[in-house]
Design a protein around this ligand. Structure first.
Ligand code: ADP
Ligand code: MG
Length: 157
């Protein structure tokens, strides 16, 4: 479920999430549209992953990603949310986010407190940073997927 589909390349528009207050926790997550989520392999495991991400034609950054259950659809549909490990000057709703999911960190968990949740995410981020520095993972950062030809229309939906 988790590793079989990796690396997984995906591109789509960033939409409004369901206001779980990720940004207030200091870990904003860029949500993909339902259409993009539907295009994912249906048997891909929920949980936390790491990989590379790029907004529009911008730089490629490390990211952590969660595939979870979407409370909007009574938890019968998945949601895919990317936290890019970079400080952006502005929000980028409506922009095209390109990602490659490289590896799996852990399954979804419930936490007893907000502090426990935040420290788990901080650990996920540290794990992602370490993993992505490995040569085999660094090479995906340079993948042609992130270097779009000039003028190409990137929204393939
Ligand atoms: P929402 O519920 O709308 O997804 P969030 O609190 O999760 O709200 O914030 C996500 C938004 O924050 C993204 O859609 C993006 O526009 C913006 N953003 C700013 N910095 C980042 C970042 N480093 N990673 C992901 N999203 C970011
Ligand atoms: Mg979000």
């Amino acid at each position: 479920g988790a590793m079989r589909h990796l690396p997984y390349f995906c591109r789509g528009e960033v939409v409004k999430g369901f206001g779980r207050g990720s940004k207030e926790l200091g870990i904003p997550t860029a949500n993909f549209s339902e259409q993009v989520v539907e295009s994912f392999p249906s048997d891909i495991s929920t949980g936390i992953y790491y990989g590379w991400a790029c907004v529009g034609n911008g730089d490629v950054h490390k990211m952590v990603l969660s595939i979870g259950w979407n409370p909007f659809y009574k938890n019968i549909k998945k949601s895919v949310e990317t936290h890019i490990i970079h400080t952006f000057k502005e929000d980028f709703y409506g922009e095209i986010l390109s990602i490659v999911i490289v590896g799996y960190i852990r399954p979804e968990k419930n936490f007893d407190s907000l502090d426990a949740l935040i420290s788990a995410i901080q650990e996920d981020i540290e794990e992602a940073k370490r993993q992505l520095d490995l040569p085999e993972h660094l090479k995906l950062k340079e993948d042609n997927f992130f270097h779009l030809p000039e003028g190409k229309i990137v929204n393939d939906h």
